[in-house]
Ligand binder design. Sequence first.
Ligand SMILES: NC(=O)c1ccc[n+]([C@@H]2O[C@H](COP(=O)([O-])OP(=O)(O)OC[C@H]3O[C@@H](n4cnc5c(N)ncnc54)[C@H](OP(=O)(O)O)[C@@H]3O)[C@@H](O)[C@H]2O)c1
Length: 219
Amino acid sequence: METIGVLGGTGPAGLALGKRFAKLGHRVTIGSRDQSRAIEKVSEVCAEYGDLEGSILGGSNEEAAMCDIVVVATPWDGAESTVRALKASLDGKVVISMVNALLKVGPSLHPYLPPRGSITAQLQAALPGSKVVGAFHHAPAKELGEIHENLDCDIMVVSDNKDAREQVVALVDRVPGARGVDAGTNVSAGAIESMTAVLININIKYKTRSSIRLSGLEK
Ligand SMILES: NC(=O)c1ccc[n+]([C@@H]2O[C@H](COP(=O)([O-])OP(=O)(O)OC[C@H]3O[C@@H](n4cnc5c(N)ncnc54)[C@H](OP(=O)(O)O)[C@@H]3O)[C@@H](O)[C@H]2O)c1
């Protein structure tokens, strides 16, 4: 089974996804700019979920980038510089971006569209030798991290590389409750990333954590 590294894995989103993958049986490295922070976070995870002991490790972002599949879970304004610094290790690999570009304007969140139309496309341009895949943008960190519960949402997966897209759809399908949906090339990534702002504004209004389920889709 592939090893999975998470860049910026000490935040709620990356840590939660790392726990999910470890629960599936992958060996996961939670990466950080400060290795000691990742080790501390992982020890907290293992104290709560003893069954993950040995499957999830804390390390540097450099160590996480050595894994077979690498997730980018940093804030959007740090994502490109983070992957550029690790370009050699990421070459040839599937790199999953769960990054959403959001700006706080007054009380609400607005989507920010970078010049290439999405963070997924921006990271693909920065990593021409990697297979960048956008996924998990709409999965709330709290539910993602509740690894003994089903994850009740669809995960739209985009990439310009069809094989990588299908590989990540299959990975999502192994998460209990989740459904991977092939959403096509990076042309769709901007709309998917922007939708997160809509969901968060809905969540603020209704004091909840909504996600997305597509109707009329049999798979
Ligand atoms: N939170 C959610 O529910 C959720 C759900 C789906 C997707 N996302 C997306 O996933 C990403 C991570 O979300 P999050 O809430 O976990 O974010 P976060 O807590 O703000 O950041 C995650 C980690 O990134 C590292 N980091 C912070 N600033 C950085 C910079 N300038 N350059 C490089 N690394 C930096 C930090 O780790 P170290 O200091 O240890 O390096 C931090 O713990 C975001 O892009 C978000 O839009 C979030």
